[in-house]
Unconditional design. Structure first.
Length: 212
């Protein structure tokens, strides 16, 4: 658990660095980057709040349930804003009502104090498909001269890496809890490790805006 705590604190620290990177580049944070800055802000507030509550032995899963909904909506707008100059990108917003229904069904089935594995699994699948489809579109249309210099490349890489990596953990989360493997820090270290890399990629994305 010491290893898990260390990794978790590192993930929170990287979340703070991501927010600071966005703040330092705030003049360049426009268009499709605005939802990412909102996500970084909400994520940092959520992490700090959860840290305070968990230190007082308060169940924090209900907070993450709310964060999952905000995260999915904000990232859907990220793709909507990016692709709007290439095609009718409102299609990225169509799954939001369906996702809200799934989140509600998840709440009714698992309760507010249990892991929202239905909602998080659905979120991971949809956002992973968005990220893969985005890379396919960008490469086929050759819309960038230098892909590595574009903020979108780094942010989209972060989305793909984080959500595809977490998918199996989300799918089997309640099983892990019921089987007693919840306390296995090796298993639950996967999510904060992925969060560390996610925040690093988002920070690079913010920093790349300085060259635009």
């Amino acid at each position: 658990m010491e290893i898990y705590s260390l990794i978790s604190y590192t993930a929170i620290l990287l979340g703070a660095i991501t927010f600071i990177a966005g703040l330092l580049c705030i003049k360049s944070v426009k268009g499709y980057l605005v939802p990412i800055f909102i996500l970084a802000s909400v994520s940092l507030v959520t992490d700090v709040l959860c840290l305070i509550l968990s230190s007082n032995n308060i169940n924090i899963i209900f907070i993450y349930r709310g964060y999952t909904i905000v995260e999915f909506i904000v990232l859907s707008f990220f793709y909507n804003f990016f692709f709007r100059k290439y095609f009718r990108s409102n299609y990225f917003l169509l799954p939001i009502p369906l996702f809200l229904i799934i989140a509600f069904v998840d709440y009714k089935k698992n309760g507010i104090m249990n892991m929202d594995n239905f909602a998080t699994s659905t979120e991971s699948i949809i956002l992973s498909l968005y990220a893969l489809g985005s890379f396919l579109f960008v490469m086929r249309k050759l819309i960038f001269n230098n892909l590595l210099s574009e903020p979108f490349f780094w942010i989209n890489s972060g989305v793909l890496f984080y959500f595809s990596g977490n998918l199996l953990v989300y799918v089997f989360s309640n099983y892990l809890v019921s089987s007693g493997l919840y306390n296995d820090s090796h298993i639950w270290s996967i999510t904060p490790i992925l969060s560390i890399f996610f925040n690093i990629l988002l920070s690079i994305g913010f920093w790349k805006t300085r060259a635009i």
